[in-house]
Design a protein around this ligand. Structure first.
Ligand SMILES: Cc1ncc(COP(=O)(O)O)c(C=O)c1O
Length: 260
């Protein structure tokens, strides 16, 4: 964020922080969502601060707040004496969802603290499992919060099995774990041949991300990253101990797992 804000200042750009997963996190004592011009959080059903569905936007700028309010509310002006905006749709969070969120926000600080403690404990418990690396702590993160917990495995220490097989084994052990995201160049979304831009169409074969090499992202997405789902960290010592024990068993018995 520090570097992005510098670049934005240099070029007079607005920054919208996509902090969908970063509820409660603080970067150099500033809350996620409060660094850019807008912060955007997800409160969809699987998130750690949920209203069932929906999201929230933060801004410190009154004009932007009014404009966002208008876009969310079919383009209507926030106050009757304001000029109306013409573009907008119904992106309103219902009052029922907002009521759930208000209660969830009151509970959140305690939950966040307990999760962070469980996350740190999990890191201690997995530290000695061969081929497992946790995310290094960054001292600029002044309050650590996380959603799903991602760690890295070295497939060599897992008898050559990649993350997908390890996650299946973890699920079989009763621990929710997933590969989650493929490297972005594998998303079907990026198809230059379907673009309406002439350069993209003309050079579709050269611009197709599927044919490009992104070794770090591909290693992470296709072989190394294992996400522990957020509910593992809702049960204090017991939850993280179960998860760490299961990972140790999977590692020790990896040679018996199916190959991909
Ligand atoms: C980084 C990021 N941004 C945005 C979203 C979308 O959030 P929502 O489902 O509330 O629209 C997600 C979903 O989890 C996400 O991971």
């Amino acid at each position: 964020m520090d570097r992005l804000m510098e670049i934005a200042a240099e070029h007079d750009l607005a920054v919208i922080e996509d902090c969908a997963h970063a509820h409660g996190q603080r970067w150099r004592d500033r809350g996620a969502g409060c660094i850019g011009d807008f912060g955007s959080f997800s409160h969809q059903s699987s998130k750690i601060l949920t209203s069932g569905e929906g999201g929230s936007l933060l801004t410190n700028d009154e004009t932007l707040a009014r404009r966002a309010h208008s876009i969310v509310d079919c383009g209507r002006a926030k106050d009757p004496d304001e000029k109306e905006y013409t573009f907008g749709a119904n992106y309103r969070l219902s009052e029922l969802n907002a009521a759930l969120l208000e209660v969830a926000m009151r509970r959140f600080p305690d939950q966040q603290e307990a999760r962070a403690a469980a996350g740190k404990r999990f890191e201690q418990l997995v530290a000695d499992i061969p081929g497992v690396a946790v995310m290094p702590a960054d001292e600029r993160i002044t309050r650590w919060s996380f959603y799903n917990y991602v760690l890295r495995i070295d497939p060599q220490a897992f008898a050559g099995r990649p993350n997908e097989i390890v996650c299946q084994a973890m699920e079989a052990e009763g621990i929710p774990a997933e590969v989650q995201y493929p490297p972005m160049n594998r998303y079907e979304l990026f198809q230059p041949s379907l673009s309406r831009l002439p350069v993209a169409v003309e050079h579709a074969d050269r611009l197709d991300p599927m044919h490009m090499s992104f070794p770090v992202a591909e290693a992470a997405g296709l072989r190394e990253s294992v996400y522990f789902m957020e509910n593992v960290f809702r049960d204090g010592e017991r939850g993280v101990r179960d998860a760490a024990d299961a990972l140790a068993r999977v590692q020790a018995n990896a040679a018996a797992l199916p190959e991909i």
